[in-house]
Design a protein. Structure first.
Length: 341
């Protein structure tokens, strides 16, 4: 498997956790996932000891295989729905299914992963005095009636719909984080992730960027659910991880919630066209019935992140997509070669 390094421009000085700072033991829940593995990699590059906790239900060991030889990297196979007691001074809670096919496959498990996972993570932080950073989501805004979405917006969520297990799981986790902060003094931070893409997404991830790229590389139909006029804002993974590193290093007064995403908004149809052009694909763009509760708009207001973290995305969509296409092209070549053999 290829090893991907952070984009140019992210140095120890620009990142949130500089090498000059006292080195930490950092626990990354969900460290085998798409985002978690990139976070583990960046933390190791800054000299920290990293513990990757994952039950590998949706994450993959292949995402962290290239880190296994590092003596400062350790894997703990564990389900966050069960209590754990691990000494760390900084905890990132990235443990949850994140794509609709994954979280709808086991909706009860998804809700419990977010709620019980938050409780167990916060209890661990309460015992150890760790700073704990929650990866929340733009899905807390539901199908928004305000755009762009500012952190003060309370959202428009269908709590009994098929996406409710994830949306309400993340909303409940946010409630727990701030209640533990107010009640027990736990040092918490809540970051809301908007659509993020990049290397290490799964072939069968089910999210729009990976779907389009895999379909285009195979010259299969690019499938759009609904009319394609729904909008999304796509953030490259290196930008997102940089935002979380800066957030984790900010003072205790900076606890969020804070939006982390790219404010450039586009239609899903336009994304399909860009992917088709980048891959020189012969794919047709076809429309399928709309998905229940699919949000019509996604666009973060990142003014808080800009002011408090001095952060904004640097990597343009076509640059990020080209890197992601290259990753999937290599992944497909290996997969399809193996299938032939």
């Amino acid at each position: 498997m290829r090893s991907f390094v952070p984009s140019e421009g992210y140095s120890e000085v620009s990142s949130g956790i500089p090498v000059a700072q006292a080195l930490r033991t950092v626990l990354v829940n969900g460290g085998g996932g798409f985002l978690g593995s990139h976070l583990c990699e960046r933390l190791l590059q800054h000299g920290h000891r990293v513990i990757c906790l994952d039950n590998f239900s949706t994450g993959r060991r292949a995402n962290v295989d290239h880190l296994a030889s590092n003596t400062r990297f350790h894997i703990v196979e564990h389900d966050v729905r069960q209590p754990f007691d691990i000494e760390a001074s900084l905890i990132f809670n990235f443990a949850s299914p994140a794509s609709p096919p994954d979280y709808q496959r086991d909706p009860v498990g998804t809700l419990l992963t977010n709620v019980l996972g938050a409780v167990n993570t916060l209890d661990c932080a309460r015992k150890t005095g760790a700073i704990v950073v929650q990866s929340s989501t733009s899905e807390v805004y539901g199908n928004p009636i305000h755009s762009p979405q500012h952190e003060s917006y309370c959202g428009n969520v269908n709590q009994i719909g098929p996406r409710g297990c994830y949306d309400e799981g993340k909303r409940s986790a946010e409630t727990l984080f701030f209640d533990y902060h107010r009640t027990y003094g736990v040092d918490v931070k809540v970051g809301r992730i908007f659509n993020t893409y990049g290397p290490r997404m799964r072939l069968d991830d089910g999210r729009v960027v990976s779907n389009f790229i895999v379909q285009a590389l195979r010259n299969a139909d690019l499938t759009i659910y609904g009319d394609g006029q729904q909008t999304r804002s796509f953030c490259y993974v290196d930008d997102l991880i940089e935002g979380f590193l800066r957030f984790s290093a900010a003072g205790s007064a900076c606890n969020g919630p804070i939006n982390l995403g790219n404010p450039t908004e586009m239609t899903v149809r336009r994304l399909a066209e860009i992917v088709r052009d980048l891959t020189n694909s012969r794919s047709r763009i076809v429309h399928l019935p709309a998905v229940t509760d699919d949000p019509r708009q996604r666009r973060p207001d990142i003014s808080r992140a800009m002011a408090e973290l001095d952060w904004q995305p640097r990597i343009g969509l076509e640059t990020g997509l080209a890197r992601t296409v290259d990753y999937f092209d290599g992944l497909l070549a290996g997969t399809e070669k193996a299938e032939v053999v």
